[in-house]
Design a protein around this ligand. Structure first.
Ligand code: URP
Ligand code: ZN
Ligand code: ZN
Length: 482
């Protein structure tokens, strides 16, 4: 067989194995894993490099409405361009339902935003903000069957949060349709109360974003979300976990027998609340929710990755410009933390940070790195085995990592729309120097290849976690009812 491309002499790693072999690519797929593969139109020499599945970032916000006068810094073009710089071949972004809007209307908007613009492959999680009987009973079953197999609900943010009865209805609809629900766990009423108290005391600086969103507010909401999921008997994902107490809630729920996935993010390993406490309004650059905590919380999140309490390491890329009237320093944001848009950029830095701080420093294995940044995302969100692994028949989404390359992270390297990175000046060891998306080079020698954005929308199957519940309980899910 003659291949389009052969990757030679690399050290291949999957979520379970590390081995030396060559990879033959034909028509955008991995066609052979062997040695002595013969000839190809293109030979890539991967001597001294790790050959890994392309990163899958399953928590990315792009081109979302973000409040009056505030504009997100990345659209689908700049966000996915930044994603490939950081070694990602697929991103899962959010399709935000506006109140009163149907899910189909929202999807039409987001498909139009993404169409023809993406450097990575993309899929959408549905964000349910208006769980009417029509949305849950009519639209959701049809959309899950059509490949939109995950959704997110918020327990915080006025205008987005759902009440407990609405969460229960949504979880119930997810159980019936076989969708996987991601939950943002923070207690909005407690946060409102604390914001009121801070304002009464004249506390308006960015650092008070952290003190109005304490660990207790996250722990309580995490416990409540897990309890609601237990009552409905449905798997959920607890996203962006920032500290030990919320993490231990996940561990305990699993010990009770619940099917739960957990996610943490770079900001909870690398930043603390002290980053929000800086001169002038510099702290606004680090405002995200949940907020970064303290060094013990960082240690706990590392433990969660080491011990696989966290299945997913995602960026929660939610970028705003800093020095911009439509960004962090909008007129109201300059006056109070309450109006600083929540979120930080991170889609390009997620993988290099975990590779350098996790793999190179011996905290996690290379196989855990692959699982937590690619394979588990593919399995949990219905993309596996087409994506998330190096196997015959899978899409040739492949990242070549140079474990020796040292890079100092600077904003201009990241090619995103934001005017800053929270990780400016951080030195990392290990960098994705080449990236193939369905066999085509997107990144060459660390730089964007001279190619048009060739990313496609990908439809998804049922989550592995939803399937695991069905096998465990013998209960029928979507397959029987649709
Ligand atoms: O601050 C954050 N994380 N903003 C993004 C929205 C979310 O909650 O994921
Ligand atoms: Zn969230
Ligand atoms: Zn998010």
């Amino acid at each position: 067989m003659r291949f389009d491309t052969i990757i030679r002499n690399g050290t291949v790693a999957t979520a379970s194995d590390t081995f030396v072999c060559d990879i033959g690519i034909l028509d955008g797929k991995i066609a052979s894993l062997s040695t002595g593969l013969g000839d190809a139109a293109e030979i890539i020499d991967a001597t001294g490099l790790f050959v890994l599945p392309g990163g899958i970032d399953s928590h990315v916000h792009l081109d979302q409405p973000s409040g009056e006068g505030v504009v997100m810094a990345d659209d689908f073009e700049s966000g996915t361009r930044s994603a490939v710089i950081g070694g990602n071949s697929t991103v899962l972004t959010f399709c935000m339902q506006e109140k009163g809007q149907t899910l189909r209307e929202a999807l039409k908007e987001y498909h139009a935003k993404a169409e023809g613009k993406c450097y990575t492959d993309v899929a959408f999680h549905l964000v349910i903000t208006d769980p009417t009987a029509e949305v849950l009973g009519q639209e959701l079953p049809a959309l899950v069957a059509a490949g939109y197999t995950s959704l997110k609900v918020f327990m915080t943010y006025e205008g987005l949060r759902l009440r407990d009865d609405q969460i229960l209805d949504t979880l119930d609809a997810a159980r019936r349709t076989g969708a996987l629900v991601m939950v943002h766990c923070e207690n909005e009423d407690a946060i409102r109360y604390l914001i009121g108290r801070h304002e009464d005391e004249g506390k308006f600086a960015p650092k008070y974003h952290a003190t109005t969103r304490p660990i207790a507010a996250e722990r309580e909401a995490t416990h409540r979300a897990l309890s609601l999921a237990e009552i409905v008997d449905v798997p959920i994902v607890i996203v962006h976990v920032s500290n030990r107490e919320a993490m231990e809630e996940i561990r305990r729920a699993r010990m009770r027998g619940q099917k739960i996935a957990g996610e943490t993010c770079p900001q909870y390993l690398m930043l603390t609340a002290a980053d929000l406490d800086q001169d002038a309004l510099e702290g606004a650059k680090f405002v995200c929710s949940p907020p970064p905590r303290d060094t013990q919380s960082q240690d706990a999140c590392w433990e969660g990755l080491e011990q696989d309490v966290f299945d997913l390491f995602s960026s929660d890329h939610c970028p705003f410009r800093y020095d911009d009237p439509q960004g962090k320093l909008n007129e109201k944001g300059k006056r109070s933390f309450r109006w600083i848009p929540n979120g930080i950029p991170g889609v390009a830095t997620r993988l290099p940070i975990l590779f350098s701080e996790g793999v190179m420093k011996g905290r996690i294995s290379l196989n855990q790195f692959v699982a937590q940044t690619s394979t588990n995302h593919a399995k949990l969100y219905g993309l596996y085995p087409n994506k998330g692994t190096i196997a015959v028949g899978a899409d040739a989404d492949i990242a070549l990592w140079d474990p020796a390359r040292k890079v100092t992270i600077t904003n201009d390297l990241l090619s995103h729309g934001s005017d800053y990175t929270p990780y400016e000046g951080l030195e990392v060891q290990g960098w994705p120097i080449r990236l193939l998306l369905r066999g085509k080079s997107v990144i060459n020698d660390g730089l964007l290849a001279d190619a048009k954005a060739g990313g496609q929308y990908v439809s998804r199957q049922t989550s592995s976690l939803v399937n695991a519940r069905k096998i465990d309980t013998g209960k029928s899910g979507q397959a029987a009812e649709l």
